[in-house]
Structures are given as C-alpha cells and as structure tokens.
Design a protein around this ligand. Structure first.
Ligand code: FAD
Length: 404
C-alpha cells in the first residue's frame, strides 16, 4: 500500500485511529441505542479538522488530498459508521459541490465555516418519487425578481436536522428533462440551536437563512442510528440568485459528478466496517475456548477469516486506487462504482461472518459486530444502490466494447 501513502498519510491515519479508539468507541453503543446525535464527539472531530480534510488551507481546510480524506472515513468507520457518514455526507455531498461548481464569492462565503466544522452541511437530491431515478425530481424553482422560489420536499437527507447549509436540486425548466435541473445553496438553522451553542459549534446566526425551510422528525433507522436523517421541506422558499450553484440546467450533471466522488467515501466507510468486524472476530476467536482450545484453531474459523482478510485487501486496492485517480485528475467514475459495489457487499459478508465466528456473543449488543452489520446494509443502498452501480459499470463496459 505504500505506493499510495506518504508519511503524512500514515500520521493522519494514526491520529484518527487513536481518536476513534479513545473517544468514539466508548460512546458508540450508547448513541446507537438512543439515536441521539453525538454532538460532543462531532465537536472533537471538528477541532481535529476532520470536516475539511480535502479543502485548501486558505478556505479553512486541512489542505490534504482525497486519499487523506478516504483514510479518515475508513478509520472512523472501523469504530463507528455514524460518525463516518456524518463527516462523509458533509464533505463530499454538502461542501464539495460548492468547491467544484461555486463562484469565488460562494466559496469564500460558505466553505470556510463548513471546512472548519463550525457548522454541518448536506445534500438534498432524493425525493419521495425520485430515488434511483433522480431525473424524477419534482421540487420546482420558479424564477422571481432577485432569485427563485423553491417548493418541494427532499427525503432521507443526512445531517438535515443538525446541519445549516444544503445543496438542493430543483427543476427550473420542466420541458428540458435532466437539462432543466438546477442546484441551489439553501441555509436553515440547526434544529438544536441551544445544544449547538452550548457545544460552541453547529450554528452561525449570520448565515442567510431562508424562510420556509423545515425538517421532519428524525428517521428511526436500522443502522447509522446516530447519524441525523430527515426530510428537508422547501415551502415556497426564496433563494437569492447569488445562491444558485452553477448555471441553470447544470444541476443534474453536477450531482452525477458529486456522487462519483461520494461513492469512494462510501467504499472507504464500508471497508472500515469490514476491517472493524474482522478485527473483533479475530480477537474473540483467539480468546474464546471450546473443546479445550481457542476457536481460532479450528480450520473453518481460520479459513473464513483468511477469506475475509483477502477480500479486505482487494477492497483496499480498489478504494485507494479510485481515490488516487481522483487526486491525479484522471477519470474515476468506473473505479468509484466498482469500489463502492465491492466494498459495500464485502461489509455485509464480513459483518455477518464476524457474527458467525463469535457465535451468540456476536449476536448481542455487548460486541460491536451486530451494530456493524446493521450499519453495513445501507452502504448497499445509499449514494446509488448497488444495482445502479452495476448499471454504471456496465455502461463503461459497453463504451469500452464500442471503442474496441
Ligand atoms: C440513511 C440514509 C441516508 C441517506 N442520505 C441521503 C442524502 O444525504 N441525500 C440524498 O439525496 N439522499 C440520501 N439518501 C437516499 C438514498 O440515496 C436513496 O435511498 C437511494 O438512492 C435509493 O433510492 P430509493 O431508496 O428511493 O430506492 P428505489 O429507487 O426506490 O429502488 C428500489 C429498488 O429498485 C432497484 N432499482 C431502481 N431502479 C433500478 C434500475 N434502473 N435497474 C435495476 N434496479 C433498479 C434499486 O436498486 C432498489 O433495489 C439516504 C438514504 C438513507 C436510507
């Protein structure tokens, strides 16, 4: 793996691994059970700069490459996927579209507070009738003097309640299909201003909050339970023209590019889950005694762990390679889809396998592997289901065939 990593990468990995072990591991189970957003440890992640890893230092970030960001997500997910997705949705979905498609003014206004983790961000694409088929977007943006009026509702939006800055898509020209979809930057206060103020981060009163942005109740989910997922409702919201992101009609193409990069993050999150589960199972198997010896000594247990370790190694190559391509400015859409597809399915195999190796102990909340299994499932669904990843990969294969 050293072909990908420098000393700085290793140091960052070690820093995040230690933080996750010492600060997140002791509270992960409690937040999974209560579903409460982990404000305290999220604040600590902000202090470490984890909300702005691949953002230039002059815009408030750590000024690192995408591989560094991938390592951060992987290390967080080894311990707790809810913390990892909070950073991931904020970074690749909420903030990176402003960095990639924003004007100079939009970048200097919105990116620094996000990159410093002073507030959280997210991305509103999915709607009740537009999941895999995002071209089915119904949210409308009507041009009015000085800007637009947005009406519609986005569902299953990560950080919707706790966050303050969101990129949302809306139809500006219904006659133009996907070329009639446009992106906007929309601000609303966090649902928990008192909590945010007591923690010293999470709310900035000077943001241009728009009237009419509301959120639904927090979703009661199977996994990622400490991550905040809600409906984001746009009720005749005025958004000034200077908060349109990119040109009219560019929203669809831009979010496709945003999702490509986001998928490498989901691959890293899945990889972290697989590695965390494998480590827990290995440790348990070497101490648990049956038939007078550690269960580790039974060949079926060894073979299961050896197979999973091999798959984890393959997943690391796919994920790091996709991130490396992105850092080199080369095309990475195919590789990102492959990494997300492979690693999310691996996360399911690894967490289920870990439970099997640990027997009844693995089936209880005393150990993290049952939580990891619940957290792994959504990785096969979010940021494009795995069926959609297969379609993306098949499209690349077809194009390759046509060229040959
Ligand atoms: C915890 C969580 C967090 C999320 N965070 C966000 C967020 O921050 N922002 C956001 O915008 N969205 C978010 N989402 C939404 C997520 O991206 C969607 O759930 C996902 O894109 C799939 O859409 P869907 O759930 O509507 O499934 P559907 O599109 O209804 O799909 C149902 C089934 O049909 C299959 N299917 C659909 N079309 C095809 C096809 N053409 N070929 C083959 N199979 C197909 C799918 O693969 C799936 O198995 C989140 C979801 C969850 C659960």
């Amino acid at each position: 793996m050293d072909r990908y990593f420098t000393k700085e990468h290793h140091e960052l990995r070690e820093l995040v691994a230690r933080f996750a072990r010492e600060e997140i591991a002791p509270v992960a189970r409690e937040h999974d059970e209560s579903g409460d957003f982990p404000w305290r440890t999220v604040g600590q992640m902000a202090e470490l700069g984890l909300f702005g890893v691949p953002v230039p230092a002059e815009l408030g970030g750590l000024g690192r490459d995408y591989l560094s960001y991938i390592l951060v997500i992987e290390e967080l997910a080894k311990v707790d996927a809810s913390h990892a997705i909070t950073v991931s949705a904020h970074t690749t979905l909420g903030m990176s579209p402003i960095l990639s498609f924003g004007t100079g003014e939009q970048k200097s206004r919105f990116v620094p507070p996000l990159a410093r983790g002073e507030i959280l961000g997210g991305f509103g694409l999915t709607e009740a009738g537009a999941g895999s088929d995002a071209s089915g977007t119904r949210t409308r943006a009507q041009r009015v003097e000085g800007g637009y009026r947005l009406s519609g509702a986005k569902v299953f939006i990560t950080n919707a309640g706790v966050g303050e800055i969101f990129i949302v898509t809306a139809v500006t020209d219904p006659a133009s299909g996907t070329h009639g979809i446009t992106s906007f930057i929309v601000c609303k206060p966090t649902v928990d201003v008192a909590k945010a103020e007591s923690q010293g981060f999470g709310h900035r009163a000077e943001l241009p909050f728009s009237e009419g942005v509301r959120v639904g109740e927090k979703e009661d989910k199977m996994g990622w339970r400490a991550s905040d997922t809600r409906e984001l409702i746009l009720d005749d919201v005025f958004v000034p023209a200077e908060q349109r992101l990119g040109n009219e009609g560019q929203g669809f193409a831009n979010f496709m590019r945003t999702l490509d990069a986001g998928r490498i993050g989901i691959a890293a999150l899945s990889l972290g889950l697989a590695e965390g589960a494998l480590e827990a199972a290995g440790r348990h198997a070497s101490t648990r005694q049956q038939f007078g010896r550690p269960v580790w000594e039974f060949q079926p247990v060894q073979f299961r762990l050896a197979d999973l370790a091999t798959e984890v190694e393959a997943g690391r190559h796919l994920t790091y390679h996709a991130a490396w391509l992105r850092d080199q400015g080369r095309p990475f859409s195919r590789e990102a889809a492959m990494a997300k597809l492979y690693c999310s399915e691996l996360a399911m195999r690894a967490t289920l396998g870990a439970i099997q190796v640990m027997g009844a102990a693995g089936y209880t909340s005393e150990h993290p592997v049952e939580r990891m299994m619940r957290d792994a499932k959504i990785c096969e669904i979010g940021e494009g289901t795995n069926e959609i990843q297969r379609l993306v990969i098949a499209r690349h294969l077809a194009a390759q065939l046509a060229r040959s």
